[in-house]
Ligand binder design. Structure first.
Ligand SMILES: Nc1ncnc2c1ncn2[C@@H]1O[C@H](COP(=O)(O)OP(=O)(O)OP(=O)(O)O)[C@@H](O)[C@H]1O
Length: 240
């Protein structure tokens, strides 16, 4: 459903991704893990079309979208939840309707918006409020609700846990798990490694812009020392 191969990417003169590759199959849930600043969000930006890679490819459902605009990637089934991205001056309901634009059937689009609001009673209660007045957690709910409206084939999630209460993160992740159970392929970056490993099938580990390991989550769960070493990346070598 999603594949990246040999991705190299730079900010100006500084190269941050080197030959990065990963794949997520239909119905799979996969984590991208690693220490701060190794390039996880950068790889997600390349997948979403927000950054053009210097080399390598991205494909969605087997179609090469490396040079395609973000809009085309969305039409091919990609949804991305990045931070608390919302249109602040639009209401909650308007934010959701904007995201239903890929749905041709307007009656179905209205149903999708209503269904997304039903999932989040807090958003339902605030449906006519500008998104700028929502709390951080509510904005992340809205970001996920927008993705749900799209009924994505591939969902990419960048760090839910940032600054949110664990109970809110747990609720959001449970919804991602349900989308995954309905067949959506999921790639998630998650700060809390234990939370991620409890949910996913496999995990990729990044170090200094490279994917250095891909492991099955159940096997990793039995090897906490190995997880620690992978998460410490280069620091593990320094302290060893
Ligand atoms: N817009 C930018 N301009 C220049 N350098 C950037 C930019 N965004 C990120 N970087 C740098 O690229 C590298 C990778 O950043 P990235 O945000 O992809 O890492 P990350 O693994 O997602 O980190 P974290 O876990 O801390 O969110 C870092 O060294 C970062 O400082």
């Amino acid at each position: 459903m999603l594949a990246c191969e040999g991705v190299a990417c730079s900010y100006g003169q500084v190269q941050v991704l080197f030959d990065a590759g990963l794949h997520v199959e239909q119905g799979e849930m996969v984590a991208l893990l690693g220490p701060n600043g190794v390039g996880k969000s950068t790889l997600l930006k390349v997948i979403g079309g927000l950054l053009a890679p210097d080399a390598g490819s991205v494909s969605i459902q087997g179609v090469d979208v490396t040079r395609a605009p973000t809009r085309e990637r969305i039409e091919r089934g990609l949804a991305q939840v990045v931070g608390q991205a919302t249109f602040g001056s639009l209401t909650v309901a308007e934010n959701l309707r904007v995201h239903a634009y890929t749905i041709d059937d307007q009656a179905w689009a209205r149903e999708a918006v209503d269904a997304a609001l039903t999932v989040f009673p807090r958003l339902h209660a605030r449906r006519d409020q500008p998104a700028s007045t929502l709390s951080g957690g509510e904005r992340q709910m809205l970001a996920l609700a927008k993705a749900i409206v799209q009924s994505p084939r591939v969902l990419v999630v960048d760090e839910f846990s940032l600054g949110l209460a664990p109970v809110v993160v747990g609720g959001l992740l449970e919804l991602v798990r349900r989308l995954n159970a309905r067949g959506t392929a999921v790639l998630m970056v998650e700060q809390s490694v234990n939370v991620a490993l409890a949910l996913v099938d496999r995990a990729y580990f990044m170090e200094k812009g490279r994917i250095v390991a891909c492991e099955s989550a159940p096997e990793l769960a039995a090897e906490p020392e190995r997880v620690r070493a992978l998460m410490l990346g280069g620091h593990a070598e320094v302290t060893a």
